[in-house]
Design a protein around this ligand. Structure first.
Ligand code: SF4
Length: 369
């Protein structure tokens, strides 16, 4: 077994039915006709990857996007079968697929399960019509609830839902109701994201034009606080800044990122990360689907991280998680200051973030990067 072989695979599916107003992911609407060619290019990239890189049996596979659930059932079945025939996958591997409620149906669910998917991440985002309208989501609460019920009925035992707070016009009460409706579905994992206005998105332009108001920072903190209270009372543990899970249902794939484990990323714009435990390197693919299809093996960019930078990143990422990390070498003065500010503490020989450190994680990141 090679210490630095890849055990985690990310596969990017960039297609979406429509581009949501807040989204700055590498996602495209109106390109569905490229799907077959795109999957063929992905398969070519994956074939090349196993020839050029060392892989151990995969511990996690994550199909993210974009909207992976948009792929027709047959095409996704082919892709999953191809991955299973190309990589060795551990019998206890976590295999996640990101799905939007609008494209989660019985036929697709059957194909996903048949292909080995055992975890679904449902892009619910909210239940309140006004917040969903601001986000320009095209799915509503009824669709989200139906998709969740369908997935459970099909036999998906591990389901995450994503929820977004700090949305303009979203009151504390409407966020509270969103949390309660999310919890009532009975998911195993909940991700709560604070809305950010990314430059170049429609929502960013709307705010710049004064058509969407700023969110009051006090309300944002209140909403985060409400999430902590409601989710903990419902039995979820906050194991990362934005992620809550029932015990044992933490996302093993995302933990691999926060633990700085090598992750191979395939598909348009996908990033790969490799580390030998001292230095590290990341590289990424061309972003646009058409360019990716034409040059699936072209590295669009790369970055080498020297020992200090690799360590700073591992501290910044490790301190996003409740498990924290073994006391890192170096950065003593920064860590001392963070401890004095009440952002981190030592527990059983590990350095972990406090609740305040999780809430103000950007201060930890600023101190070490
Ligand atoms: S569905 Fe997700 S990836 Fe696609 S545009 Fe909306 S937010 Fe972006």
């Amino acid at each position: 077994m090679t210490a630095a072989a890849f055990r985690h695979l990310y596969v990017h599916i960039p297609f979406c039915r429509h581009k949501c107003g807040y989204c700055d992911f590498n996602a495209y609407a109106g390109m569905d006709r490229l799907m077959p060619e795109y999957v063929a290019a992905l398969e070519q990239e994956l074939s090349n990857a196993v020839r050029h890189h060392a892989f151990d049996p995969l511990e996690t596979l994550y199909l993210g996007g974009g909207t992976p659930s948009l792929l027709p059932a047959g095409l996704m079945a082919d892709l999953l079968a191809f991955i299973r025939s190309t990589f060795e996958i551990r019998s206890d591997a976590e295999v996640t697929l990101e799905a939007n409620p609008g494209s989660t149906d019985a036929e697709r669910l059957a194909a996903w399960l048949e292909g080995g998917v055992n975890r679904l991440s449902l892009g619910v985002q909210g239940f309140d019509g006004r917040a969903l309208a601001v986000l320009e989501r095209r799915t509503d609460a009824a669709q989200a609830e139906k998709a969740f019920a369908l997935a459970r009925a099909a036999g998906v035992t591990n389901i995450n839902i994503d929820l977004i707070y700090a949305v303009p016009f979203q009151s504390r009460q409407s966020w509270l109701e969103t949390l309660q409706r999310g919890i009532a579905l009975g998911p195993d994992h909940i991700s709560t994201y604070c809305l950010t206005f990314e430059e170049g998105t429609l929502l960013w332009r709307r705010r710049a034009e004064g058509r969407v108001p700023e969110v009051d920072p006090d309300l944002q903190w209140d909403q985060l606080d409400a999430a902590c209270r409601e989710l903990e009372a419902a039995g979820f543990e906050r194991y990362e800044v934005s992620n809550w899970a029932r015990h044992g249902r933490e996302s093993r794939h995302n933990l691999a990122y926060w633990r700085c484990r090598p992750v191979f990323g395939a598909g348009a714009g996908a990033h790969s990360y490799w580390s030998d435990g001292i230095t590290a390197r990341r590289w990424w693919n061309v972003a646009r689907p058409r360019e990716f299809i034409a040059a699936m093996d072209k590295v669009a960019g790369s970055e080498d991280l020297d020992e200090r930078k690799a360590r700073a990143e591992s501290i910044m990422l490790g301190l996003r998680t409740a498990e924290g990390m073994t006391a890192p070498l170096g950065f003593e003065s920064e860590l001392k200051r963070l401890a004095a500010d009440g952002l981190i503490e030592r527990v059983d020989g590990r350095v972990v973030p406090t609740r305040r450190g999780m809430d103000l994680h950007n201060q930890i990141a600023l101190a070490v990067l």
